[in-house]
Design a protein around this ligand. Structure first.
Ligand code: NAI
Ligand code: 15L
Length: 273
C-alpha cells in the first residue's frame, strides 16, 4: 500500500465503534470525508442516519456473533467503543477485552486490513509526570481499564504478526473540547488534531503495528512520538490558550496523584469491593 491522500483513496465503508460516545459523536462528522459510508455502532442509543452516507447498527461488543455481522462489508475499523474509565474488572472484561478480540477475529474473517485502535495514556499511567516516554517505554497500566488497553495493543501486534492486519494504536491523552485541569495541560488532544491523527492512521502506508501518543502541540508534553514519525502527524493545536482558565482553578496538593502520575486520578481508582 502506498500513502495516498483521502481524496485519492476514500474508503467505501468505515466502521466506527463507540459512535454514541463523546469522541464518537465528533468523529461521526469529522470523518465524513474519508469514506462513502460510515457504519456507526454502539450499545447506547444513537441518532438516526442522516443520509445514505451513514448506517446505524446497534451492537454489544461482548456479543461475538453480533460483532462478526457488524464487521461484514467494511474496509477499515475505527475501534473506539468500550468502557472508557476505570471500572470493576467484570465490566471491562466484556466490553474491552472480549470486545477487542471479537473485533480482530471479525477483521480476520472478513478480510479487513486496517484498524485504528483507541488506546489510552492509561497503559503508561503509573509513570511520573517528570518522565518522558516513547512508544518503546515499558507499559505501566494504572488499572483494569489501562490493562484492557494494554491487551488491545498486544492483540493489535499479534494480528499484524500473524495475519498482516495493520493497526495504529493511538494512546489518546485527554480528548475533550478543552483541558479540564492542570494535568490535561500536558495530555490534551484537540478534536481537530485527533481527526488529523486518524486520517494519517487510515491512509499512511506500511504502519504494521504503530503506537502513537495522541497529544496536541502542548507546551509541556511527556511523550515523544519519534517511533511514529512515518505517520506524518503534525499537531496544530495547543492547550496553552486555556492556561489562564485552567490555572484559575484551586491548586492541586503536591501529594495528590493528579499532580504526580501521568495517569492522574486513575492510579487511585478502586478497588471496587
Ligand atoms: P465514551 O465513554 O464517551 O464512549 C465510549 C462508547 O463505547 C460509549 O458510547 C459506550 O456506550 C460504548 N460502549 C461501552 N460498552 C460497550 C459495549 N459493550 N458494546 C458497544 N459499545 C459499548 O468515551 P470517549 O471519550 O468517547 O472515548 C472513546 C474511546 O477512546 C474509548 O475507547 C476510550 O477508552 C478512548 N479514549 C478516550 C480518551 C478521551 O480523552 N476521550 C482518552 C483515552 C482513550
Ligand atoms: C481516558 O482514557 C479516558 O477515556 C478519558 O475519559 C480521560 O479520562 C482520559 O483518559 C484522561 O486520562 O484524561
Amino acid at each position: 500500500m502506498t500513502t495516498q491522500s483521502p481524496a485519492q483513496s476514500r474508503f467505501s465503508r468505515l466502521l466506527l465503534t463507540g459512535a454514541a460516545g463523546g469522541l464518537g459523536k465528533v468523529l461521526r462528522e469529522s470523518l465524513r470525508p474519508y469514506a462513502d459510508v460510515i457504519r456507526l455502532s454502539d450499545i447506547a442509543p444513537m441518532a438516526p442516519a442522516t443520509g445514505p452516507h451513514e448506517e446505524v447498527v446497534p451492537c454489544d461488543l461482548s456479543d461475538k456473533a453480533a460483532v462478526h455481522a457488524l464487521v461484514d462489508g467494511v474496509d477499515a475499523i475505527l475501534h473506539f467503543g468500550g468502557v472508557s474509565v476505570e471500572r470493576p474488572f467484570e465490566e471491562i472484561l466484556g466490553a474491552n477485552i472480549s470486545g477487542t478480540f471479537h473485533i480482530y477475529e471479525a477483521a480476520r474473517l472478513h478480510g479487513v486490513k486496517r484498524v485504528v485502535f483507541a488506546s489510552s495514556n492509561h497503559v503508561i499511567g503509573f509513570y511520573k509526570q517528570d518522565q518522558t516516554l516513547d512508544a518503546l517505554s515499558p507499559r505501566r497500566p494504572d488499572g483494569y481499564y489501562g490493562l484492557s488497553k494494554s491487551y488491545g495493543e498486544d492483540m493489535a501486534s499479534f494480528y499484524f504478526d500473524r495475519y498482516g492486519i495493520e493497526t495504529v494504536s493511538i494512546r489518546i491523552g485527554s480528548s475533550f473540547p478543552e483541558p479540564q485541569n492542570r494535568r490535561m495541560m500536558s495530555t490534551w488532544l484537540s478534536f481537530d488534531d485527533l481527526t488529523q491523527l486518524i486520517e494519517k492512521s487510515l491512509f499512511s502506508a506500511d504502519v504494521g503495528h504503530t503506537v502513537v501518543y495522541g497529544v496536541s502541540d502542548n507546551a509541556q508534553v511527556w511523550w515523544d512520538n519519534r517511533y511514529a514519525a512515518h505517520l506524518g502527524f503534525n499537531a496544530k493545536d495547543s492547550s496553552e490558550v486555556f492556561r489562564d482558565k485552567v490555572e484559575a482553578q484551586p491548586p492541586v496538593a503536591a501529594d495528590d496523584p493528579a499532580a504526580i502520575y501521568q495517569g492522574g486520578a486513575f492510579v487511585a481508582a478502586g478497588p471496587f469491593e
